[in-house]
Design a binder for this molecule. Structure first.
Ligand code: ATP
Length: 795
């Protein structure tokens, strides 16, 4: 589908007279009358005072007239008809025009500002040339006669380093006399106008940005490096060729007809830049070649640069009479001598790749070519894991090749650094930028590399434009979708190792995506991988988990832990293992938050098995009632002893071998989360305290210790040993459930105390007995009972 290029659109805008001054009389000719201009545009008015002062200065003995566009009456500038030119009857008249006030201002800025990135001038001018060729190509579809001159569509850059001149010639659409005035004397709603606005804003904000580097300023960037610019142009719409001439610092320009036969061109535009003294270095052929390669490598028309070449050849050299041999017959044998010389000549050299790989038909590009392009463009030494080449059409059109690198950059910080320069944006094959901050890809996908070439964005797209543009938002959506398709492709590859490699390098990014990109949960979830209670050596996908679910299983279970070993051994697993329910092991600190953000997968909720109210689908209400009757009061007794340390004490349905476990509140933090939060908390710990008080102490009524405690409550509820056993049970459950004890030394003390009680002279008593027997005494010697040690003020 053919589309009008952005520049044609900007020309339309320019001609529409939007934001122009109001004109109060009908206009019949472009030059016929003077007119009072009223500036009702506040933005323009800041420049207009200069305009009026210039227009009334009248340096020349010239007749003045105000120019309006014949198409729409738009104000274009003022024209002086030079009397000097008119005096020579053989020369066509040179017409002198004032720049529109904004152009003067812009040129003034360009000339008087010290911009470091001057070299962008070439990119801008080549891009104008490429646009002119695009426009011609587009129009020739309906008007084939436009191509009747049979000249190739190309761009040629010639340099004269001695004189400091650069000539850029294209065979594009050219400009008529009127277009020269419209286009090179005025600024409409183009990027250049935005540039001026941004410049004003940045000045207001006190910033001194290198705005030309960011924006480009179209044609006027020629004055970054030139004192004088001559534009000689021939439009197929006109029989005549016109020459526009402007100087840096001047407030006016001239237009005349080209009459020298040797300067006539069949079609297109020739720009001659007379470089400033300090910028003559740009006229070195090698430098120009380098700039073309750097900035305009993928312009879709051939760009030739004028280069010196050489070839070697053998030439005969004058023979030395001393070396002439006599063959004995008296005849002298002439010995021919040659030498190798380098013959130098100048010729055009193709300097860009005319067909960027992304413009080619994907069916015709080999994997090797994609990989080569990737390595060359991104300075990579490994082939990518995957690539995707696509075109989008419709609302927004762009072409792109995306890649998933084989490895993550070294230094983990880089992984979620959006400023990775991984996406190179082109607008109509002109390289625009690779310096993005999440505009084209969310930061969690910033590892994806690639090129994006849009026809819909303005060439001088700035970060601000990118952030605000609806086009960019649509592009971003599509790019993200394509990136996911590409990753899904790796995950479905027969070679499981590929995805393992991907996961190892970029798994964290996808988990971050679960947290940051709700919109794409459906795309991210199938790509996640975890170890599980039934697969702790090979990670599984959520699909594999769901496939492996038992018929009576409703939810997807998980436990978050700091290591596989502790996940494997957690008491929370016990009943699930008995029931053969698989449990995901979330051992990466980010896992738990990621899963909590997902909430469910394929309509199955994620359930943390370390939290209150775990329902394993096997409730037996009668049995529960029975147990409650038997242990209910014991629970209350334990709660009384533990006080505020726990929210409640309940009978567990998740234990089989452990006596008890400490469960997090339904909406509280798991042990894992508590540990992570603790590591990050500085200062106020009130939320930690609160979460702690929400824990639930669950007891296993089948366990002997609990049965003993139940008996203790019924017989001697005040027994010190029983109460100490409750304390120790709590502390032990704290550790085995993954929490950190608040006072490890005190816990140590309690353990020693219990050990003392348990052993109570088990090995020493027989020794004492035998000693006594040896001494012949019949007295029984009491084994020394270890007294409880007081630790931290508590026995
Ligand atoms: N080589 C060329 N051939 C034909 N027309 C040209 C050429 N160079 C410039 N023009 C005309 O001059 C106009 C102004 O060019 P300029 O580069 O200043 O602005 P732009 O390309 O429209 O917008 P931007 O400010 O975004 O670059 C162009 O829109 C185009 O119509």
């Amino acid at each position: 589908m053919h589309r009008l290029s952005r520049r044609s659109v900007s020309a339309v805008l320019r001609n529409s007279g939007a934001r122009r001054r109001s004109i109060s009389a009908p206009i019949s000719s472009s030059t016929s009358f003077t007119h009072t201009v009223q500036d009702d545009d506040s933005k323009l008015s800041q420049f207009s005072s200069r305009w009026y002062s210039v227009s009334t200065s009248g340096r020349h003995n010239a007749s003045k007239s105000t120019l309006f566009s014949p198409h729409n009456g738009m104000f274009l500038g003022k024209r002086y008809e030079s009397t000097a030119a008119a005096s020579d009857a053989s020369d066509p008249p040179v017409e002198k025009y004032e720049y529109q006030a904004e152009v003067s201002r812009l040129m003034d800025l360009i000339v008087h500002s010290l911009y470091s990135n001057k070299e962008v001038f070439l990119r801008e001018l080549i891009s104008n040339a490429s646009d002119a060729l695009d426009k011609l190509r587009f129009l020739s579809v309906t008007e084939p006669a436009l191509l009747k001159d049979a000249v190739d569509l190309d761009i040629r850059v010639q340099t004269d380093k001695d004189k400091g001149i650069i000539t850029i010639t294209d065979t594009g659409i050219g400009m008529t006399q009127q277009e020269l005035v419209d286009c090179l004397g005025t600024i409409a709603q183009s990027g250049t106008a935005k540039f001026l606005k941004a410049l004003k804003d940045s000045k207001d904000a006190g910033a001194d940005n290198n705005l030309i580097g960011q924006f480009g300023v179209g044609f006027y960037s020629a004055f970054l490096v030139s004192d004088r610019v001559v534009v000689s142009t021939k439009s197929p719409k006109s029989d005549k060729q016109y020459v526009w001439e402007g100087e840096a610092n001047a407030s006016s320009y001239t237009i005349r007809e080209e009459t020298s036969p040797e300067k006539l061109i069949p079609r297109g535009t020739r720009l001659t830049l007379y470089l400033k003294r300090d910028d003559k270095g740009f006229a070195h052929p090698e430098r120009i070649q380098k700039l073309v390669k750097n900035y305009s490598q993928f312009v879709s028309f051939p760009i030739y640069t004028w280069q010196e070449k050489g070839y070697t050849k053998e030439v005969e050299v004058d023979e030395d009479p001393a070396e002439t041999k006599n063959d004995g017959d008296g005849k002298a044998e002439k010995k021919k001598k040659t030498k190798t010389v380098v013959e130098r000549y100048w010729d055009w050299e193709l300097t860009n790749e005319t067909q960027p790989i992304w413009l080619r038909n994907p069916k015709e590009v080999t994997t090797e070519e994609y990989n080569e392009f990737y390595k060359k463009t991104f300075n990579e030494y490994l082939d990518p894991l995957a690539s995707s080449h696509f075109t989008t059409e419709g609302e927004v059109e762009f072409r792109s090749i995306l890649y998933v690198p084989a490895i993550a950059p070294t230094g983990r910080d880089d992984i979620i650094n959006p400023k990775t320069r991984n996406i190179r944006l082109y607008v109509k094959r002109v390289f625009i930028s690779d310096d993005f901050d999440g505009e084209l890809f969310p930061r969690y996908l910033s590892f994806v590399k690639g090129v994006v070439d849009s026809n819909d964005l303005p060439l001088n797209v700035s970060r601000e434009i990118l952030q605000e543009s609806r086009i960019v938002r649509i592009m971003r959506k599509r790019l993200v979708r394509k990136a996911f398709d590409m990753i899904l492709g790796i995950s479905m590859s027969e070679n499981r190792e590929d995805y393992e490699k991907f996961w190892e390098n970029f798994g964290k990014n996808l988990k971050l995506g679960c947290i940051e990109d709700r919109e794409n949960h459906k795309r991210i979830a199938p790509l996640l991988r975890f170890f599980s209670s039934q697969s702790d050596e090979e990670m599984i996908s959520l699909d594999e988990y769901v496939e492996n679910m038992k018929p009576e299983q409703k939810d997807i279970y998980y436990i978050a832990s700091d290591s596989l070993t502790s996940a494997r051994n957690t008491p929370f697993l016990e009943r699930l293992v008995v029931k053969d329910f698989e449990v995901l092991f979330l051992v990466d600190p980010i896992d738990e938050v990621a899963i909590q953000n997902l909430k469910s997968y394929k309509e199955k909720n994620f359930v943390d098995i370390s939290k209150e109210d775990l329902d394993l689908g096997d409730k037996n209400e009668e049995k529960e009632k029975e147990i409650k009757e038997e242990f209910g009061r014991t629970c209350d007794w334990i709660k009384k002893r533990l006080g505020d340390k726990v929210a409640s004490v309940q009978i567990s349905n998740r234990l089989s071998t452990s006596p008890c476990v400490l469960v997090s509140g339904k909406f509280g933090w798991s042990a894992n989360m508590e540990r992570l939060m603790k590591a990050q908390t500085v200062g106020d710990t009130s939320s930690l305290e609160f979460m702690r008080s929400r824990r639930v102490f669950e007891i296993n009524p089948e366990h002997q210790i609990i049965k003993d405690l139940n008996a203790a409550y019924q017989t001697r509820p005040d027994d010190e040993d029983a109460l100490r056993a409750i304390d120790l049970l709590y502390d032990t459950a704290l550790i085995s459930s993954g929490f950190t004890p608040e006072n490890p030394a005190q816990l140590g003390g309690k353990i020693y105390e219990m050990m003392g009680m348990a052993l109570s002279g088990k090995w020493i008593a027989p020794i004492l007995d035998s000693q006594r027997r040896e001494m012949g005494s019949s007295e029984t010697v009491e084994a020394e009972v270890v007294e409880p040690v007081e630790v931290g003020g508590q026995k």
